[in-house]
Ligand binder design. Sequence first.
Ligand code: NAD
Length: 258
Amino acid sequence: MTPIIVNGAAGRMGRRILALAAEQPSAFRIVAGVDRQAGTLRDLGIASDAPVLISLPVEPGAAVIDFSHHAAFPAVAKHCAANGMALASGTTGIAPTTIDGELGAAAERIACMHAGNMSVGVNVLLDVAARLAKALGSDYDIEITEAHHNQKQDAPSGTAFALADAITAATGRSRADHVYGREGQTGARRKGEIGIHALRMGDVVGDHTVWFVGGGERIQLGHLAHTRDIFARGALRAAAFLAAAKPGRYVMRDVLGL
Ligand code: NAD
């Protein structure tokens, strides 16, 4: 049984992770939720007697699932490393250099990972998009579009970044080839660019499309999330995996056995 602590417990993701964990008492023991206001998980409509705390408790052996705010990440990673707690963070909007720095240090002491998207489908899509980009070669223009609900705080999405990075690594590009939105007198499209574009509207859970357009044809690879539960289930799988893993930095491919 995996003891879990959810940072960002009162948020959209935190509540779903806790609700799904509460439905599986033989697999997960909820130690606590953490958010900006103290209370109980019952106040949040979750069937658990665990408390909601305003700071992370010390619970060696537990896994912290972090879906909170990018500014919280360095302190969360340091707390987990200092207290022997595994860390699965899905929070987006964190600078890649911050993720690498914090997890690089923490991985010496705990099992940890960050994933901008914890769904099985998207992690398979990352793999397929990278292989397709490589197979099509440099004559195909690649653009990434993403759509999310109108409350999302960061843009583009962590998944759009991950797709761009996977394609970049597979095709020998660099991050200097990424172009975010276009406006004004941009001139003709430069060969090799990867355009990345964010739509914000209504209650869209998360749509991503990778466009590969050559002379006379196009391929579109898309993933549409219908429910946040795909991320919540992935986060719980990650927590169970990390709580049992040796110290180190892991990725969703390890968790899902892809
Ligand atoms: P949300 O705004 O509904 O919830 C965030 C919660 O975190 C809020 O309850 C807020 O009070 C709390 N919070 C803020 N600062 C905190 C701190 N310092 N310590 C503890 N709690 C704090 O947002 P959401 O839709 O639940 O998303 C949360 C994060 O997860 C975002 O970064 C989002 O982009 C990301 N996300 C990731 C995935 C994935 O698969 N990796 C999927 C969906 C969302």
